[in-house]
Write a protein that binds this ligand. Structure first.
Ligand SMILES: O=C(O)CCC(=O)C(=O)O
Ligand SMILES: [Fe+2]
Length: 242
């Protein structure tokens, strides 16, 4: 499997003002061709391995994504996401890295959800999106944080009036057409969101935070960069003392 030379096709600072204003951004064709090819190959290999989905909603198959083992790509990821979102790049960690393949029988209009607390940011890479499928976002309403490690626990904590089917009843969501190569970033633990008509769609999502949360133990070995740097400095000191 060929390691990509870069992940992204865009300059993060060009989109930072938009993210700061809306708490989400979609960059058309923001994912590099080489990274898309890499994700394609990983999906192909993963479909033969086991599904790791923990969700009770049974919308999609999920597979752990093997992020390329290259320091420069890990650095490109956190530096781009940091610059885009204003979160400190050297504190970012990856709390989930899942390939998502929506089931053929996925419901067409599932109710929206919020991601677990470790998903301060949901970062999506669109690989193959069914023609009628849309990303639904509610960035401007009902922004309380899911403080739990699962959506089910969060949902159980809500009053009847706070449940999405009631709280969002009179609010029109943003309906976003995302296609292969598009890059998505949004604040996943506070924005109600979902994908409609998703059957057969394939995406990679990296869930990230600067809160030190790694509930599934999926963080990349090189993160956070701050710790990595400290370890390197300690190593140098030990080396000089020897
Ligand atoms: O399919 C999408 O773009 C959204 C996926 C999502 O919300 C999730 O996996 O938590
Ligand atoms: Fe989500």
């Amino acid at each position: 499997m060929k390691t990509p030379t870069s992940l992204f096709n865009f300059v993060a600072s060009d989109y930072a003002a938009e993210f700061s204003k809306n708490d989400f951004v979609v960059v058309k064709n923001g994912v590099s061709e080489e990274f898309l090819d890499y994700i394609d190959a990983r999906i192909e290999a993963s479909m033969r391995a086991g599904d790791i989905s923990r969700s009770k909603r049974r919308l999609k198959h999920e597979f752990l994504f093997d992020f390329p083992d290259e320091e420069r790509l890990v650095a490109e990821l956190v530096e781009t996401v940091g610059e885009l979102t204003g979160l400190p790049a050297d504190e970012l960690i990856v709390s989930e890295r899942h390939l998502k393949v929506y089931r053929q029988d996925a419901p067409q209009n599932p109710p929206p959800h919020k991601d677990r607390r470790g998903t301060q940011l949901a970062i999506g890479f669109c690989v193959d999106v069914a023609p009628d499928s849309r990303l639904i976002l509610y960035p401007y309403h009902q922004r309380s944080e899911n403080k739990f490690d699962s959506y089910d626990d969060f949902l159980a904590s809500l009053s009847e009036a706070e449940r999405p089917e009631n709280a969002l009843r009179d609010i029109d969501p943003l309906v976003i057409d995302t296609r292969r190569g598009d890059f998505i970033a949004f604040e996943g633990s506070t924005i109600w969101h979902e994908r409609t008509n998703a059957a057969g769609s394939k995406l990679l999502y990296l869930k990230m935070n600067a809160l030190g949360l790694d509930p599934l133990g999926e963080n990349l070995p090189g993160l956070p960069l701050k710790t990595q740097r400290r370890l390197r400095d300690l190593g140098d000191a030990a080396w000089r003392a020897a």
